[in-house]
Design a binder for this molecule. Sequence first.
Ligand SMILES: C[S@@+](CC[C@H](N)C(=O)[O-])C[C@H]1O[C@@H](n2cnc3c(N)ncnc32)[C@H](O)[C@@H]1O
Length: 230
Amino acid sequence: MNVPRSAAHVWDEEYRRGRYRDEPPVAFVADILAAAARTGATNGLYVGCGNGRNLMPLVDGGLDLLGLDISAEAVRQLADRRPDRAGRLRQGDLDSLPAGETWPLVIAIQVFQHGNREQAHRQVRAAQRRVAPDGLICVRVNAVGTDVWPAHEVVERAPDGGFTVRYTAGPKRGLDIHFFSHAELDQLFAEWAPVLPLRPHRTERDTPGTGQWTQWEAIWRRRVSGNRRE
Ligand SMILES: C[S@@+](CC[C@H](N)C(=O)[O-])C[C@H]1O[C@@H](n2cnc3c(N)ncnc32)[C@H](O)[C@@H]1O
């Protein structure tokens, strides 16, 4: 039987193997910088910053970001790459941050998909609570429609189309990973104003025959009560 493994342990191993070391940032970084500039946000929280392929260009683009990640290895590698940011990195999850602290900008790139549906939704809601009034949340997350690879079993499927798999092979073997549907994210962000409306981003895999993976990308603004902007 495949039992769930700890995401922190899996990611520590991945980063030790060199994951993302030479990878360019995702193009969504440019959308985040543009949205932050439009709203005047200059500081924020990056949940699941990894070893920095996206955090570094965001910081170089003028944002003062607190980088948070459950992987000690990711934080160590990022601190080595950018000693100037070492004091702005934390190992842990959202619960490890001071209660009630919020930011004008919260960034989460490929992080909310960890765990099953209930755990993934809990992470989304915990991140939403970290956004200051009128602040932005920038999300890139696994989408249904992905050709899920490598071997896995589907462990849950909801009427809105969202589903969770448990990998039975590959680096994420034993890990539960959630794939969100459009309707599911619409529901989770029903009270938020879209700044960059939800859009799919498809990437063809390099290995022939393994298909594509799709990510949802979106930026929402926390509505201030009485101020239904956009
Ligand atoms: C797919 S990687 C993406 C890393 C980075 N955002 C990037 O795009 O390069 C997911 C990252 O999220 C981290 N992670 C997973 N669950 C987390 C949680 N609950 N809180 C903080 N980080 C988490 C993992 O350790 C890993 O570094």
